[in-house]
Write a new protein. Structure first.
Length: 201
């Protein structure tokens, strides 16, 4: 039992060291004035509204009257992933954000408007956007491979969380992986319920 505890503590320690190193590389070394503005812009919810409107329009073109339920499924999925991240996972691990950590806050560039008071792990931005991306890609992939670019869109948003100093890389990585899994499950549930690709009625 003692040996197992030591292994666990060593794993946590070295994992945090790797996280800190990657955080400082993204936040302090791999920087550019244009990226400073771009990453802040990508974090603004209003920026994404045109994309959502376009995807909802596409859903109507593809699914017909079933599109309204596809949209309801999308909202329900993101509401669930946001609740899971913000209220369950974050307070289970209770990890300080880098911008609030006594050590890291002295070494990072903090670019965001504010540093959230809620815990850091996982990144809700990453989890929510990757879940929506996976849900959408699975829904439309048979019509065009271009929808896979939504993963790039989600990755840019997730990367921005590290760049501006509000999340560690592992917050974003785990959020992305979990988001993709839940997005896939969300699609499967919606498709099973609506038989989306059978007919446009």
């Amino acid at each position: 039992m003692f040996i197992s505890l030591n292994i666990y503590q060593s794993f946590i320690f070295y994992s945090q060291q790797i996280d800190n190193t990657l955080m400082l590389l993204v936040n302090r070394e791999w920087t550019h004035p244009i990226l400073d503005y771009f990453t802040l812009f990508m974090r603004e919810a209003i920026f994404h509204i045109p994309l959502y409107v376009f995807l909802f329009f596409i859903s109507y073109q593809v699914f017909g009257k079933k599109a309204i339920w596809w949209i309801v499924g999308a909202f329900a999925l993101v509401a669930f992933t946001d609740l899971l991240s913000s209220q369950v996972i974050k307070y289970t691990f209770n990890r300080l954000r880098p911008c609030r950590d006594p050590y890291m806050s002295m070494h990072i560039r903090f670019l965001a408007k504010y540093c959230g008071t809620n815990p850091s792990f996982t990144s809700s931005h990453a989890l929510n956007h990757f879940a929506f991306a996976a849900y959408t890609v699975q829904s439309f992939k048979q019509f065009s491979k271009w929808f896979n670019l939504l993963y790039l869109w989600a990755a840019i948003i997730a990367y921005a969380q590290i760049y501006v100093g509000v999340h560690y890389p592992s917050d974003v990585l785990v959020g992305a992986i979990l988001g993709i899994l839940l997005g896939w499950v969300g699609f499967r549930v919606t498709n099973q319920a609506l038989s989306l690709h059978e007919s446009r009625t």
